[in-house]
Design a protein around this ligand. Structure first.
Ligand SMILES: Cc1cc2nc3c(=O)[nH]c(=O)nc-3n(C[C@H](O)[C@H](O)[C@H](O)COP(=O)(O)O)c2cc1C
Length: 179
């Protein structure tokens, strides 16, 4: 067995695939993100890493709110569209046909076609290299009951996209291995 020494910026490819989410903001926009993080169980706290070059970056910073929406395989083309266009130029809800639902405790819309919605209030942010880590306190969690089991996503019922590189994705197997 031999290990190849790689450039240090190979870290991304060596930590993929990663679950892809659709983040919604206010003013209204949609940005797919693969760099997300669960930071604390209780109180519930999550992190997202967003490049300052994204239109969404300052929307999150200025409004202090964001919503994580979990997409499925069915809407993957729309996810990709949102990741290749900027909310500075297009209305992504209008262009994709995704349906905005009112937020519960934040102004950011929820995406009806996604299976879960996690509303967050910004509690901290810090620039790390070429991205900003936004830390959000979870204020609301909703899940589509058709795809839930014990308050978790039932992966036997749904395929969730995991980003590889560029336009490449993979999905969870609809199987659970008990170890
Ligand atoms: C699957 C996928 C995952 C992405 N993950 C991130 C991410 O974690 N952080 C980030 O800053 N951009 C990420 N991007 C890029 C943004 O989604 C993309 O630049 C988007 O067009 C920005 O939209 P906006 O300008 O409307 O904010 C990702 C794109 C795709 C397709």
């Amino acid at each position: 067995m031999s290990f190849k020494k790689l450039p240090i910026t190979s870290h991304i490819g060596l930590m993929y695939p990663r679950q892809t989410i659709l983040l919604t903001t206010y003013p209204v926009n949609i940005i797919p993100l693969a760099w997300t993080l669960i930071l604390s169980r209780n109180p519930p706290i999550v992190g997202i890493s967003v490049s300052p070059s994204r239109f969404s970056h300052n929307l999150i910073k200025d409004q202090g709110e964001f919503t994580i929406n979990v997409p499925t395989r069915e809407i993957l083309k729309k996810v990709m569209y949102c990741g290749q266009t900027s909310g500075k130029k297009v209305n992504k809800f209008k262009e994709t046909g995704l349906t905005p639902l009112d937020g519960i405790n934040v102004k950011c819309p929820r995406i009806k076609e996604c299976i879960s919605h996690i509303e967050c209030r910004l509690i901290d942010s810090k620039v790390y290299g070429d991205h900003t880590l936004f830390i959000g306190k979870v204020v609301t969690c909703l899940g589509n009951e058709d795809f839930l089991k014990n308050n978790r996503i039932d992966i036997k019922k749904v395929e969730i996209p995991y980003h590889l590189t560029g336009r490449n994705f993979t999905f969870n197997q609809k199987k659970i291995y008990y170890v």
